[in-house]
Design a protein around this ligand. Sequence first.
Ligand SMILES: [Zn+2]
Length: 267
Amino acid sequence: MTNTRLVHAFEPRGRGAAGVRLAVLALVLAAPAQAADRTILAVGAHAGDAEITAGAVLARHHRFGDRAVILHLTLGESGNPKLGAAAYGEQKKREALLAAQALGAEALFGPYKDGLLVANEESARYVADVIRQVKPTHVITHWRQSLHKDHAAAHRIVTDAVLLASIPGFESALPPHRGVRGVYYAENWEDAEEFKPYLYVDVTEDLQAWKAATAAYEFIRGGVSSFPYLEYYEALARVRGAEAGRRFAVALEVDPFAKKRVLDTLP
Ligand SMILES: [Zn+2]
């Protein structure tokens, strides 16, 4: 559907049906080579944030041959009223490794404590070094507005880090990385204020993998929090899918300046 629309949009005037078919074929053939050169880095404030919101997108890209990496800035270890932070942190780490494995992603763990994440020079430098190490083409993280201070801090840290990672003026053991093509913000029930769906990714064929992966977390299965995580995010994917004319989709937001499009004619 998308390919057909693209072809029509770029079809020279007077070109026949055979030309359209050839152009469709060219786009389909070009797709795998394009896909395999992506590295997607998803950064969550707490283990589970990145997977519940954007895990289906990561599973989809892994299926297309792309590399997916999740950085958990904290383990979210203070969120269990029945278990101390040390024991729950160990559990969350095990759950994060299982979830990453099921999504086809690599998991990295930041050194920060749940509830104490602060957007400052040190945390931005830490994430900038991760960006230089992972060399992502796409970064996904929290939207700027949030009920949770760690989420808002993660947004600020990651957006600052993308810039820091790219400039030679930030000196570290690793060379600058300027290859980030886009920074996207995941839809999270705690980060809803002023979030407007902008980019819709069809995840119809990845929803089962996403459900299986996120079920690694007890808090998502329903044993820790009263919030119905799985039901909420599956229903949300159905809503975004309906809006996009697909069955299930994940919606992402971008910065206002990233919405600017420059064309020679109307599309
Ligand atoms: Zn969180």
